[in-house]
Design a binder for this molecule. Sequence first.
Ligand SMILES: C[S@@+](CC[C@H](N)C(=O)[O-])C[C@H]1O[C@@H](n2cnc3c(N)ncnc32)[C@H](O)[C@@H]1O
Length: 275
Amino acid sequence: MTGDATPINRANWDVWAAAHGQDSYYDGQGLVAGADSLTDVERAGLASAAGDVSGLDVLHVQCHLGFDSISLARRGARVTGVDFSPVALEKARDLAARCGADVRFLEADATGLPSALHGRFALAYATIGILCWIEDIDAWMASVAATLRPGGRLLLIDGHPLWQMTNGLDPLVLDFPYAFDGPHRFTASESYAASASPTTTVQFAHSLGEIVTAAIGAGLRVVRLDEHLESPMDVGRDHTPDADGRYRFRVSGQSLPMLYTLIAEREDHGSPPAT
Ligand SMILES: C[S@@+](CC[C@H](N)C(=O)[O-])C[C@H]1O[C@@H](n2cnc3c(N)ncnc32)[C@H](O)[C@@H]1O
């Protein structure tokens, strides 16, 4: 199915990337004026995974319009952004130029990142809207892990699989499985950020167990896994925030997870012992 899903999803992302960039989700003017695009969950994940990123080589995986690539470059990181949508990358390059940010953008499929990127990065940063587009998460983890130096870390923040199951919240409607069971096609007349022409996407469910197991299978050591019972954004559900501006997913008054943060490290096996 990878062969079928990839061109369908790339075409979808080209349409959505063309529509994004000056909306309440992607505020291009604000970014050019100096706004930081990282949410508090991303800032906390970054601090926990890498501390100060100044001077670090950072790979921004599935960078879309490069908002976070630019925000990471403003923190002093040497950033490479990768995405498979040429339309997104064209906008990302233009935005980086308008921001005066030095970011390299490269077109590549995240499940097969080029060998030129291997072993180079202290941090692979992939956040919010990542794995539902990926059929083979073992391939994704192996591809991203290969870009890390020994001791380098993956910071993956994404929609929690339980949250991904939901379509409506009131009443609660589940239209997506918890764990992988093959492709799911959706046709949407708008994106999560802006109105766009109707497009089809192919999405895949991955349970938290499948995600952590894929990271371990790629030779990564899991440093931490946090499940977030609140979110700074509604992550595409037209959801009303609480009075503190945070979004929560409550069923029978109990909060369920909306996002998770996974930090995993490429182990440094050091030099082979002298014989
Ligand atoms: C929700 S966006 C990225 C999230 C980012 N936090 C943002 O909001 O800017 C998802 C991105 O993943 C990219 N993408 C999806 N599947 C991909 C793949 N197999 N390889 C590379 N990029 C992919 C899309 O082109 C899109 O730009």
